[in-house]
Design a binder for this molecule. Structure first.
Ligand SMILES: NC(=O)c1ccc[n+]([C@@H]2O[C@H](COP(=O)([O-])OP(=O)(O)OC[C@H]3O[C@@H](n4cnc5c(N)ncnc54)[C@H](OP(=O)(O)O)[C@@H]3O)[C@@H](O)[C@H]2O)c1
Length: 296
């Protein structure tokens, strides 16, 4: 993924996409006028169809959880500047925009909001009709997971309209008062231990069905370990950036799975240099899923 600020600019790129899986197909070029498209089908109808094709009741009953990340071919999740926009491509941004357009809630770890300079999410008018037809609010909820409750509210308030829900483990009264003042009292959820299950249970109560987890690696690692991610949407950019140091965690942060978890391809797209995977992940804690995936 990349920062919201960079998303719209990069998404305007002329990426040609070919579908390699599930069956060969060439997608029309993204409309330059996407944000004001008069097409009643809305922008990117085929990509929307492709990424909305999974069941809405997955590993968590009544919900589909998609995770979206970008990596280089050597597994880096950010460039030397620490940001993912450096390793993104126009093709990645096409899919990034479509995935956001499908989400009822975008869930992200606090460090990613700080480094990627998140703001409230902005309503995309071109997708309004598609979202209304699916019974969705015009803009997804932005859900931030922060143990410390250290949220840059000034930055978040700079643009956008999405409500913000914060899941935190802090018991500091001043921090909680600040968060409640910014998000609204009902949108600050305090946990002893913030588990992915607890976050999803809260979102279910809020009527969320389509969840998009935008990482970062620490958050994604815990969600994958818990077996709660239905689909990993993973872009592989044709770049090398260096990885494997403390400053450059892997895709799942510092999580090491006890055995490889099988990922089943649902679709594969390319513009001939960037490869965009959509992979189904098994349900249940990663240890159990990995054991089931082992050869006899
Ligand atoms: N390539 C990509 O697609 C992509 C996507 C997203 C991010 N990134 C990159 O990833 C890097 C950040 O990595 P990261 O792993 O630090 O990001 P992260 O998962 O977004 O943030 C970690 C922080 O989130 C909070 N958090 C996450 N899970 C928690 C839990 N279970 N309980 C309590 N708090 C929890 C904590 O916040 P507090 O510190 O507030 O307690 C923790 O320090 C950045 O360089 C960013 O650019 C890349």
């Amino acid at each position: 993924m990349t920062s919201p600020a960079d998303a719209s600019a990069a998404a305007a790129g002329p990426a040609e996409l070919r579908v390699l899986l599930p069956s060969p197909e060439v997608l029309p070029t993204r409309r330059a006028t996407a944000e004001s498209s008069a097409d009643p089908a809305g922008p990117e109808p085929r990509l929307v169809e492709l990424y909305d094709s999974g069941p809405l009741s997955g590993h968590t009953p009544g919900m589909r959880v998609q995770a979206n990340m970008v990596t280089t071919v050597d597994g880096a999740i950010a460039g030397a500047d620490g940001r993912s926009s450096t390793i993104s491509t126009p093709a990645d941004m096409r899919v990034f925009s479509v995935l956001r357009s499908l989400a009822d809630a975008v869930v992200v770890g606090a460090q990613t909001t700080r480094i990627e300079r998140y703001t409230r999410l902005t309503e995309k008018t071109a997708y309004r009709a598609q979202r209304a037809a699916r019974g969705q609010e015009p803009v997804p909820l932005l859900v931030i997971v922060s143990g410390t409750g250290s949220i840059d509210t000034a930055r978040l308030a700079e643009q956008g309209t999405s409500p913000i829900v914060v899941h935190t483990a802090t018991d500091d009264p001043e921090t909680l008062a600040g968060l409640r003042g910014f998000c609204g009292a009902g949108n600050v959820v305090v946990h002893g231990d913030i588990t992915p299950q607890a976050v999803l249970a809260d979102l279910a109560v809020r009527g969320v069905r389509r969840v998009l987890c935008e990482g970062g690696p620490t958050l994604l690692g815990s969600w994958v370990s818990a077996g709660l991610v239905d689909e990993l949407c993973l872009t592989v950019s044709p770049l090398l950036a260096g990885s494997g140091t403390e400053d450059h965690p892997g895709l799942l942060g510092t999580v090491r799975l006890p055995a490889p978890v099988p990922a089943t391809p649902l679709s594969l797209l390319t513009d001939s240099s960037t490869y965009i995977h959509r992979l189904a992940l098994p349900a249940g804690p990663a240890a159990a899923a990995a054991a089931e995936g082992e050869s006899p």
